[in-house]
Design a binder for this molecule. Structure first.
Ligand SMILES: [Zn+2]
Length: 234
């Protein structure tokens, strides 16, 4: 008799809990959707590399990284917002930032980079994740790799995203490393900062994968998964 009562009470309790969870979940989604952008609230600044006249790395088949970077970045923002991480894109379309037809290619490239750094400074409490693709003369090389600024939080963020990227390619043995060459953005932003090189356009298999929207989702999930690990498990 008592057992039966406890069982019934447990059932009622579980039903109420599930109901409350659903209500909370709906409220969370509603608040994410209705939330206006707030400088301090932006947690993640997603930087789609290149754009406009600057297509970035181009494969031997003519596939350029700029549009792919944008696709991965937009999906990263979508997944981040779905789990309640407020984010902002530095570039929301195919154009570069601050483009002027009066300027030379080099001047436009410089003003684009400066605009990205200015955004990073404006959102200085946000973590800066730059999305790029790699290319190398030897076509055998493959695998997504994360590069970081040389401070402890950037190192940690890079390691978390790198670990998360192994999930989508178990043959990827690349490790998180510091940004190799002089990099204007990474040298000038105050934020925690990493560059995710999402794969090699020079590798036949990855060139195919990187043109696939489903693969962009996988990469985006890895990036957000790694970011979550960095942000909430410290
Ligand atoms: Zn690039």
């Amino acid at each position: 008799m008592l057992k039966e009562k406890i069982k019934n009470l447990t059932l009622i309790f579980l039903t109420i809990s599930v109901f409350l969870c659903i209500i909370n979940f709906r409220n969370d989604i509603a608040s994410i959707v209705s939330k206006k952008e707030n400088l301090e609230e932006i947690s993640l600044l997603i930087d789609a590399g290149h754009g406009g006249q600057d297509g970035g790395a181009v494969s031997s088949n003519g596939v350029a990284e700029a549009d792919i970077n944008l696709g991965i970045s937009q999906k990263t923002q979508l997944i981040a917002s779905f789990i309640g991480i407020p984010s902002k894109l530095t570039r929301t379309d195919e154009n570069s930032l601050n483009f002027s037809s009066e300027n030379t290619l080099k001047e436009n490239k410089n003003s684009d980079l400066k605009a990205r750094v200015a955004l990073a400074k404006e959102y200085r409490s946000a973590d800066f994740v730059s999305i790029h693709l790699n290319k190398f003369s030897d076509r055998r090389y493959f695998g997504a790799q994360v590069f970081h600024k040389n401070d402890s939080s950037s190192v940690l963020l890079a390691q978390e995203i790198q670990k998360s990227l192994y999930i989508i390619d178990e043959n990827n043995t690349r490790e998180a490393k510091s940004v190799p060459n002089a990099n204007y953005i990474m040298e000038n932003i105050p934020n925690t900062g990493v560059i995710v090189e999402c794969g090699f356009l020079s590798n036949e298999r990855e060139e195919q994968l990187l043109q696939n929207a489903d693969y962009h989702v996988k990469l985006a999930m890895s990036i957000v998964g790694g970011y979550t690990g960095y942000k909430y498990n410290r």
